[in-house]
Ligand binder design. Structure first.
Ligand SMILES: [Mg+2]
Length: 357
C-alpha cells in the first residue's frame, strides 16, 4: 500500500502590488496596479483587491484598466525588489523541505511527505509558512494542502486572500465532484469551450464519460482529463526547473512600417540578447529564433537548426518571417534555446568553440 503524498502550493496574494503596498502605505487602500504605462501599450502585471472590484485583472491592457477604474494608480514594476522578497520567501520554504519547485517569483510547490517537523502535520507546516512569510517580509501567502499538485493549487486559490485550505485524501472525491472542468490543470479556454459543447461542465460530468469518448475528442489529453476528474495527478514536485531559452522582445510604441525598419530594430535587440547571454554566463545554445507580431496581431516565429548565435542569421530569419505578413510590425523578439545541462557539460568538455558568438 502506498501512503498519500502531502503537497503544498504556496502563492503570494497579488504579489507585486502587495510589495508596493508594503513599501508605500499611502497606496494601501486605493486601487493599485503594477504594470506598464497606458501610453506605451503597457499591460497590468498584478493589481490589488480594491482594483479587482472594478474588474481590473492581470494581462489586461493598462489603458482598458484605467477606463474601468479612472482612479487606478499604476506603478511601474521593480523586479529587483520583487526578486529579493521572493528569495526571502523561498528561503522559508527551504527551511521546511528541500523539495521546492518554484513556478514563478511568488508561487511554489513543496513536497512535505517525508517531513517529520510539526509532527508531520502539513496543515501546521502551511500555517508556519504563512506566519514566517508575514513576519519576515510583510507579505501574505495563501497555501493549499492536498495529496497532489493539481489539488494543492486549487486549494491555495480556494479561500484567497490569506487562505489556508486543506484537502485531506478522504475528501478528494467529494471536493472534485462539483469542481468546474475549467479549473483543471491544462484546460485552457479552447478546451473548456469544447468540453462545454459536449455538456461537460463539472468533474462529475467528466467522470461519467467513457475514457474512449474523451480519447476520441481530446487525444492523449483525454486520458489526463479522465485522471484529473478522478483526483489522480502523479506529477512529482520537480526540484530544478531548467531555463530553456533566453530571449528579448520589444513592443514598439509606433509600428515598424517596413522590412528595413525591422532590420534596424533587430540590430538593437540582438545587442540586448548578447548582453543578456553574457549575464547568464554564456550558456551553450541550440537553435536561435525570431518572433514577429504584425499590426493585425498575427504572430509568426522562425528558427534555425544550427547551433550558436550568428547575427546575420537573425536577419535572414527576419526576412523569411516578415514575408509571411508583409505589413507593419508591432513586436519583434529574438532568442536562443539553451541546451540541457548534461549536453552543456559535454560541450564544455569537447566543443568549447561552440560558445563563441
Ligand atoms: Mg500569486
Amino acid at each position: 500500500m502506498t501512503t498519500a503524498r502531502k503537497i503544498l502550493h504556496a502563492d503570494c496574494d497579488c504579489f507585486y502590488a502587495a510589495v508596493e503596498m508594503r513599501d508605500t502605505p499611502s497606496l494601501r487602500d486605493r486601487p493599485l496596479a503594477v504594470g506598464g504605462s497606458p501610453e506605451r501599450r503597457g499591460v497590468i502585471a498584478t493589481c490589488n483587491y480594491p482594483a479587482r472590484r472594478f474588474g481590473v485583472h492581470s494581462a489586461m491592457p493598462s489603458a482598458r484598466a484605467l477606463r474601468l477604474c479612472p482612479e487606478l494608480r499604476i506603478v511601474p514594476p521593480d523586479f529587483a525588489k520583487y526578486r529579493a522578497v521572493s528569495q526571502q520567501i523561498q528561503a522559508i520554504f527551504h527551511e521546511l523541505t528541500p523539495l521546492v519547485e518554484p513556478l514563478s517569483l511568488d508561487e511554489a510547490y513543496l513536497d512535505v511527505s517525508e517531513i517529520t517537523a510539526f509532527r508531520g502535520s502539513a496543515t501546521w507546516m502551511a500555517r508556519w509558512i504563512k506566519e514566517e512569510a508575514l513576519k519576515r517580509t510583510g507579505i501574505v501567502v495563501s497555501v493549499g494542502v492536498a495529496p497532489n499538485k493539481f489539488l494543492a493549487k486549487i486549494a491555495s486559490d480556494w479561500d484567497k486572500p490569506d487562505g489556508l485550505f486543506v484537502i485531506v485524501p478522504g475528501d478528494t472525491e467529494s471536493f472534485i465532484t462539483d469542481l468546474p472542468v475549467k479549473k483543471l490543470h491544462g484546460v485552457g479556454p479552447a478546451t473548456a469551450r469544447r468540453l462545454e459543447e459536449l455538456s461537460i461542465e463539472t468533474c462529475a460530468d467528466l467522470r461519467i464519460q467513457p475514457l474512449e469518448r474523451l480519447l476520441d475528442h481530446f487525444g492523449k489529453f483525454g486520458r489526463r482529463l479522465h485522471e484529473l476528474a478522478h483526483g489522480i495527478d502523479e506529477r512529482p514536485v520537480a526540484v530544478s526547473r531548467e531555463r530553456k531559452s533566453v530571449s528579448v522582445e520589444n513592443t514598439y510604441h509606433h509600428d515598424l512600417p517596413d522590412l528595413a525598419s525591422c532590420h534596424e530594430a533587430l540590430a538593437v535587440l540582438i545587442e540586448n540578447l548578447d548582453e543578456r547571454m553574457a549575464r547568464h554566463g554564456n550558456p551553450a545554445i541550440g537553435k536561435q529564433f525570431i518572433k514577429v507580431r504584425f499590426n493585425d496581431f498575427t504572430s509568426t516565429t522562425q528558427e534555425t537548426g544550427a547551433r550558436g548565435i550568428i547575427h546575420a542569421r537573425f536577419h535572414e530569419l527576419l526576412d523569411s518571417a516578415w514575408q509571411r505578413g508583409s505589413r507593419p510590425v508591432r513586436l519583434l523578439g529574438v532568442g536562443v534555446r539553451l541546451l540541457p545541462a548534461l549536453e552543456q557539460r559535454q560541450l564544455g568538455l569537447f566543443d568549447a568553440a561552440s560558445e563563441a558568438p
